[in-house]
Design a protein around this ligand. Structure first.
Ligand SMILES: Cc1cc2nc3c(=O)[nH]c(=O)nc-3n(C[C@H](O)[C@H](O)[C@H](O)COP(=O)(O)OP(=O)(O)OC[C@H]3O[C@@H](n4cnc5c(N)ncnc54)[C@H](O)[C@@H]3O)c2cc1C
Length: 400
């Protein structure tokens, strides 16, 4: 990928900047700035999705035939960088980035025609039903059972850590349709309407005090067999394909924006000797080292992304992106805690309410640093733990 911008790319960047200055309203920026979770809260993310949808820019990685904008790699890079720099909210990942590509590859034409336009327009909000108590890294051991009864499956069991199940109207879910043979062979991939009788969503509150994840219970839940994607027993293949998209995220643009904000914050925070924290040689060195490593992550991302033509799957290189991206996000969150100091100990969730009228305790720019630090602890676990990603890289990338 060439990094020098052509005249057309410069014009495209100007167009993106103009669009963002008009459509990314102050309240959307404020809500994005105050969000500390891994996934932007659904109401904010959906609002931004609808704005992008109107413009035809909501799914840069989707092939044009399904509603993607048909951009070059460079245009996608420009759009991601400019959106992050402008402080745009994250988009809902479960439909656009995860189940969307699966539906494109494995679903029947009528399933594609039904679901893909709704995902694009933000009409359906999805969640991911993979993990169970006792089945995370060892996902193939999952026990949620789907027993065929006429034209339906009857589903019993439980899923856990289900991000945003409380917002979702649909879940893509791995269920066991056969208990004989190898565990991987008895798994099927089904789409479940969350309003179906027998589904209960119970919140799990994180250490940061946020409601992001849930446990979901299924008690004789009837799901039409027509909602299965692919063949019965093909779920494991489909599940792995989806995980490549989940892990093969582009992290660098958001991380660079976070690092720039941290640098600004350190430039205004007084250290004990009266200088700013940015004048402190030891702290500055840590920031600069992070900046250098982040530049390397960005180059790796660009190299991998440019090797893909639109709509292709990232393959096992996604494990590298996931590992390096999440480790850097944890590192930046630790530098944030170092910068906020004692103020990080103040529990003030109300300070993260957009439009709040009370002054925060400590610097305004620091109210999300502790919640982000706490939430980011999970980054090396969700999407498959980083230890498991290293196993995948050892086997599939390095051939060990
Ligand atoms: C915030 C958050 C959000 C999540 N959202 C979702 C979601 O929306 N949907 C969903 O389905 N799941 C979700 N998950 C679940 C996530 O995918 C699992 O937590 C993850 O796969 C790890 O599984 P586990 O928790 O069962 O840990 P375990 O598998 O029990 O692992 C425990 C420890 O053992 C290590 N370990 C396990 N096996 C190996 C091995 N073979 N080699 C080396 N080390 C190993 C792990 O790295 C980890 O450190 C979420 C998790 C979190 C924390």
């Amino acid at each position: 990928m060439r990094l020098a911008l052509s005249a057309e790319d410069e014009a495209f960047r100007a167009e993106v900047r103009q669009f963002l200055s008009e459509k990314l309203t102050p309240d959307l920026r404020e809500a994005a700035r105050l969000a500390a979770g891994a996934v932007t809260d659904a109401p904010v993310a959906i609002r931004w999705q609808k704005v992008l949808y109107e413009k035809g820019w909501v799914a840069p990685a989707w092939p044009k035939e399904y509603g993607g904008p048909g951009w070059s790699e460079m245009q996608r890079y420009i759009f991601a960088s400019e959106s992050a720099a402008a402080g745009a909210p994250g988009l809902p990942p479960f439909g656009l980035r995860m189940v969307g590509p699966v539906i494109m590859k494995f679903a029947r034409p009528e399933q594609k025609a039904h679901y893909l336009p709704r995902i694009l327009a933000g009409e359906d909000y999805w969640c991911q039903g993979y993990s169970e108590p006792g089945s995370g890294s060892d996902l193939a051991s999952l026990q949620t059972r789907a027993v065929r009864d006429g034209d339906d499956y009857v589903i019993n069991g439980t899923k856990i850590w289900t991000t945003h199940a409380h917002f979702a109207d649909h879940m893509f879910c791995l269920v066991r349709t056969d208990s004989g043979g190898k565990p991987q062979e008895g798994i099927s991939f089904v789409l479940i309407d969350m309003k179906t009788p027998g589904i209960k969503v119970a919140p799990i509150i994180t250490i940061a005090g946020d409601h992001e994840v849930n446990q979901v219970f299924f008690d004789d839940v009837r799901v039409p067999v027509a909602n299965r994607i692919g063949e019965e027993g093909q779920g494991w293949t489909i599940a792995k394909y989806l995980l490549e998209f989940e892990r093969g995220n582009a992290y660098a643009a958001g991380l660079k924006t976070g690092l720039a904000a941290l640098r600004r914050f350190a430039g205004t925070t007084r250290a004990s000797d009266g200088d700013t924290l940015l004048d402190d040689e030891a702290y500055r060195r840590k920031l600069i080292e992070a900046e250098i490593d982040l530049a390397a992550i960005e180059m790796t991302e660009n190299r991998i992304m440019s090797a893909l033509s639109t709509g292709q799957n990232p393959g096992p290189a996604s494990s590298m992106l996931k590992t390096r991206g999440t480790e850097m996000s944890q590192r930046l969150s630790e530098l944030g805690i170092e910068a906020i100091g004692y103020y990080g100990g103040v529990y003030q969730p109300e300070a993260r309410e957009p439009g709040r009228n009370a002054e925060p305790v400590g610097p305004e720019a620091g109210v999300t640093l502790m919640p982000k630090y706490l939430n980011t602890r999970a980054a090396s676990i969700y999407g498959g733990s980083n230890e498991v990603q290293r196993n995948i890289m050892a086997k599939l990338v390095l051939g060990l």
